[in-house]
Ligand binder design. Structure first.
Ligand code: SAH
Length: 441
């Protein structure tokens, strides 16, 4: 809650640094501050919008807190959260743009560290940008009645060329750009949107790239794979439209051509669309086809890489995919290929070569047979990582000869996505202290 204190009475009872600071804070918010002695009575508090108490003693604080309550005034008591009706958050104040940070009293240190990070993330002239928006607020809202188009206008204002000029200190230039945009609205020129083909990483939301996280906050619509977990979709702008276009093992999802047509349709309609794909969009993700479709339609598109499953899973279970002694190469390969393109397997079978096999758990016996046929040592270590980087991550470690049995527990109907890692390095998963669900010696 941001409370307007301009011109209102705020009382500060007590003396010392804590009381002085609170009086100063209230004054800087425009309040009329009245300082009270510890002998203050109910009448002194009456009519105040808020009261700050900082006497330095528990008895003094408690007594004054009761008096303030009797006067019906919300109270903040310095360093005594149990006596407070409201707290003072840590704030970042950039010329009218204010960010408040609270940990609910749990850790002021954490709040101040967060404040530092937010200070660093906010552009210096963000206040000028807010002023620019304010200048055009009434005019634009009157001109654009449709909520979605209006939102589009404001997003362009705060993120587009006008914003870049305002943040660079060219406020006149920024105003000119906004006037041009308003003129385009008047003449009913419809702006096209943009698509971002974004990698969501392996599942842990903290492994999103900064850009992916920003775009989730900017999107009008997010077309996501089934594999993208709720924890990541939870990072999206609250009113973004979420559309699941994914296929779950076995069930039919959207056809690829329909996904591409939907992207094109939405961008033409002016939306900022995020096509959110598990891992990296260009690793077994068909992101390339979506890029082609948007380019062919002449629409703006960007690609944001993500941490692919092999990298996420390997890091999570402590398997270095290359290793000075054990592996000088790593290949990302799909298990589906085990049925068709045999030519590739002999090259992959060499020792000292790590394989990260996507979509392989359901084809584990075919994968094993191809590798054995190609000459891989049957005692080569393998690891299967299910739900890598997620809270329900599960890893099994064993030998190539036993891959099919190991994979069986990862292909139950409720199983999550699994990645198979084959190679000497796979044996190191155990060293990371992961539970060995099955070890075959
Ligand atoms: N573009 C994705 C891969 C999509 S193919 C990426 O770069 O990661 C889908 C396959 O990815 C799954 O069958 C599984 O093999 C793998 N996968 C994706 N997320 C995974 C995870 N969290 N844990 C284990 N494997 C995962």
């Amino acid at each position: 809650m941001f409370f307007d204190l301009a011109g209102r009475m705020v009382v500060v009872a007590g003396e010392g640094l804590a009381a002085d600071r609170r009086a100063e804070t209230a004054r800087s918010a425009g309040a009329d501050v009245v300082r009270l002695a510890v002998t203050a009575t109910v009448a002194d508090f009456r009519g105040a919008t808020a009261a700050f108490i900082a006497t330095g003693t528990l008895e003094g604080d408690t007594a004054l807190q009761r008096i303030a309550k009797a006067a019906g005034v919300p109270v903040n008591v310095a360093d005594r959260p149990a006596l407070c009706d409201f707290i003072l958050p840590a704030i970042v104040d950039r010329d009218g743009v204010v960010v408040a940070i609270s940990t609910g009293g749990a850790s002021p240190t954490l709040a101040s560290i967060l404040r530092g990070r937010i200070e660093a993330a906010l552009p210096e002239r963000i206040g000028a940008l807010a002023k620019l928006a304010k200048t055009f607020r009434a005019q634009a809202n009157a001109l654009i009645p449709d909520p979605a188009r209006r939102r589009g206008f404001w997003r362009r204002l705060v993120e587009g060329p006008a914003a870049r000029l305002a943040l660079a200190g060219d406020e006149a230039g920024a105003r000119r750009v906004v006037l041009g945009e308003l003129d385009a609205v008047r003449r009913r020129l419809s702006p096209v949107g943009i698509a971002h083909i974004v990698g969501a990483g392996p599942g842990d939301p903290d492994l999103l790239t900064l850009r992916a996280a920003q775009l989730l906050q900017e999107a009008d619509a997010i077309l996501h794979d089934e594999l993208v977990p709720a924890a990541i979709l939870g990072r999206a702008r609250r009113d973004a439209e979420l559309v699941s276009v994914g296929k779950r093992k076995g069930s039919a999802g959207w056809a690829q051509a329909d996904i591409e047509a939907e992207l094109v349709r939405r961008v033409r309609a002016g939306q900022t669309v995020v096509r959110l794909k598990a891992g990296d969009p260009f690793i077994f993700g068909r992101g390339g086809e979506e890029l082609d479709a948007l380019r062919a339609a002449g629409l703006p598109v960007s690609v944001v890489p993500g941490i692919t499953a092999a990298l996420g899973c390997a890091a999570s279970v402590g398997i270095p995919l290359t290793h000075r002694r054990l592996a000088s190469a790593v290949t990302f390969v799909t298990g589906h290929g085990a049925e068709g393109r045999e030519a590739a397997w002999p090259a992959l079978a060499a020792s000292g070569h790590t394989l990260a096999i996507y979509m392989g758990a359901t084809e584990a016996s075919a994968v094993r047979d191809r590798l054995l046929d190609a000459g891989t040592d049957p005692t080569t270590p393998v690891a299967i990582v299910e739900n890598g980087t997620r809270p329900d991550e599960r890893v099994s470690v064993g030998r190539l000869s036993d891959l099919a049995r190991l994979a069986a527990t990862h292909t139950r109907s409720e199983a999550g996505p699994s990645l198979i890692i084959v190679g000497e390095v796979a044996g190191l998963a155990a060293a990371a202290g992961q539970p060995l669900l099955a070890e075959v010696s």
